[in-house]
Design a protein around this ligand. Structure first.
Ligand code: OAD
Ligand code: ZN
Length: 242
């Protein structure tokens, strides 16, 4: 981990790409880890736009406990370490694939949510918006699917398979990746594009990529350093900034 910390302390511009692995330390399951959600093949339907339009209950049944229980989850050690790095002027921004809003909860201000978030929902028929709280209160009152006044299903502004990524966040993350001399890849299997392509942009522009992830990734052999343990990463950051 020493090489990674040294690189970050000496870099002109460091950015982070985070995935579900950073939130397992907060108790939220990842997708493709040994205890991941996708062990159940049915779970792949949950974030699929065609399934949503066929039966929004697939998403709402799958996410009732998890997404609409997000209030109870707290930022974990990696979220806090990244906030510390930002405060110390050592981190330009975080491109995250996570939809749990935990980087913002930790206080990080420059977060590009590549896969959106459930903070807002929109009606699939008329486009009207609804807040996370409005959806939660419908679900608490017993609704199986949260609905707009027009009767249409309310879809969270999470990027489902079959949808485009939010353009502004993607462009910001891509230009940050190109401009970074160090990119930290934290807790992602690097399997879902275009997010998984961001470290390539850094490499192509001559920057270094460090990977902290339990399972191997396709970019491991191009990394300047590769470590398995995110908890250890958070500890090392804390010690370096102390
Ligand atoms: P994955 O579940 O694919 O990858 C998470 C990675 O984190 C796995 O490789 C784990 O081994 C690793 N990991 C978990 N806990 C760890 C720990 N404590 N220390 C080190 N490594 C750990 O999640 P993502 O790459 O984020 O999309 O998945 C990408 C996208 O696929 C998600 O954003 C989601 C999903 O479909 C949408 O929901 C739109
Ligand atoms: Zn509507």
């Amino acid at each position: 981990m020493k090489k990674l910390i040294e690189a970050v302390l000496n870099a002109k511009r460091t950015v982070a790409l985070t995935g579900a692995g950073v939130s397992t330390l907060s108790g939220i399951p990842d997708f493709r880890g040994p205890q991941g959600m996708y062990r159940n093949p049915e779970a792949e339907k949950i974030f699929d736009i065609d399934w949503f339009d066929r039966d929004p209950g697939v998403y709402y049944r799958g996410c009732r406990e998890l997404v609409y229980g997000f209030e109870k989850f707290r930022p974990g050690p990696v979220h806090l370490a990244l906030k510390q790095l930002e405060d110390a002027g050592r981190l330009a921004g975080i491109a995250t694939q996570n939809i749990d809003m935990l980087h913002q909860k930790a206080g990080s201000s420059n977060v590009w949510e590549l896969h959106g978030s459930p903070l807002w929902h929109h009606c699939r028929i008329c486009g009207k918006s609804a807040t996370f709280e409005q959806v939660c209160s419908q679900l608490k009152a017993g609704a199986e699917v949260a609905r707009c006044v027009c009767g249409g299903a309310l879809k969270p502004d999470i990027t489902f398979f079959g949808e485009m990524l939010p353009e502004e966040a993607l462009i910001a993350a891509q230009s940050a990746a190109i401009g970074a001399d160090v990119m930290m890849v934290l807790g992602t299997s690097l399997t879902v594009f275009p997010a998984a392509g961001l470290p390539n942009l850094t490499l192509q522009a001559g920057g270094k990529v460090f990977i902290v992830n339990a399972q191997p990734t396709a970019l491991d052999r191009y990394a300047a350093g590769r470590y398995p343990d995110l908890r250890e990463f958070a500890e090392a950051v804390k010690n370096a900034l102390a």
